[in-house]
Ligand binder design. Structure first.
Ligand SMILES: Nc1ncnc2c1ncn2[C@@H]1O[C@H](COP(=O)(O)OP(=O)(O)O)[C@@H](O)[C@H]1O
Ligand SMILES: [Mg+2]
Length: 247
């Protein structure tokens, strides 16, 4: 069974279409990277899959569960890391993680060893016991990422994972993603960083003005467009304007 199936997904804000007609199917163990310039509709897409926005049209199935019909069941299979990580200011990183574990009713001895491993891997230092109001964007993001290892979701949605991270942290984040993949997780990552897509994606999509202009592997992409350089392809594909849907 597919981990994620998106059918004719559309989202309109007022009169403006943020997402025009999206169709995507992802299997277990895939890393899908959705590339696109600012305002292309990437965050909107992730929020729709995370169940934070209701679609104007279309359906989303997570492991066969219709998100609109059984939202709680579907959301339990999903982990979402937003581009603006939010942690209550007056909680420390550790308290936040414990709080999330509580929400998912996960026992401490169930996640503590896994968690300690992750803290090392993501290079989370003693600052885990400082109030999160002192954290940088990158530090918050690392704490939020720990959630993924708590409720063990099959589908992981990540918005702009590299923003605010130093090179060493980006490398450990990349390694963490590849590790999640070997555990059979499916990753859906939105970014405008081309080099990241090159390094990590098993499948890539390019979105421009709410429309997917390409979805396949990177090598297929260079073949179709006749361009070797992904940068050229990306620029080329994000220039032509899509047609507006009627409904
Ligand atoms: N909550 C919202 N209300 C109104 N318009 C929105 C909202 N969220 C996004 N948009 C619009 O939808 C379009 C796509 O935005 P977004 O999905 O955030 O793009 P990206 O993440 O690719 O930069 C933009 O034109 C944006 O202004
Ligand atoms: Mg965005």
């Amino acid at each position: 069974m597919k981990t994620l199936v998106i059918k004719e997904l559309r989202k309109r804000f007022g009169k403006a279409w943020a997402l025009k007609n999206l169709n995507i199917e992802l299997d277990r163990g895939e890393i899908f990277v959705l590339l696109g310039p600012n305002g292309a509709g990437k965050t909107t897409t992730l929020k729709l899959i995370a169940g934070l926005f209701h679609p104007t049209h279309g359906d989303i199935f997570i492991k066969g569960i219709n998100l609109a019909k059984e939202p709680l069941k579907a959301k339990r299979l999903t982990g979402y890391i937003p581009d603006e990580p939010f942690i209550y200011n007056k909680l420390t990183g550790r308290e936040f993680i414990n709080f999330i574990a509580g929400i998912y009713k996960i026992n401490k001895d169930q996640y503590e060893s896994q968690m300690n491993l992750l803290l090392r891997k993501l290079d989370i230092g003693e600052w885990i016991d400082d109030f999160s109001e002192t954290y940088s964007h990158g530090m918050k993001q690392k704490i939020i990422m720990c959630q993924l290892f708590l409720h063990n979701p099959d589908l992981i949605l990540i918005d702009e994972p590299l923003v605010g991270l130093d090179p060493k942290s980006s490398k450990s984040v990349r390694e963490t993603f590849l590790q999640l993949r070997t555990q059979g997780k499916t990753l859906f990552i939105c970014t405008h960083t081309l080099s990241f897509a090159k390094e990590i994606a098993s499948k890539i999509g390019i979105i421009h003005k709410g429309e997917l202009s390409f979805i396949d592997t990177l090598s297929e992409l260079s073949e179709i467009s006749g361009e070797k350089d992904i940068e050229e392809i990306y620029l080329k594909l994000s220039q032509k304007d899509p047609v507006e849907p009627e409904t």
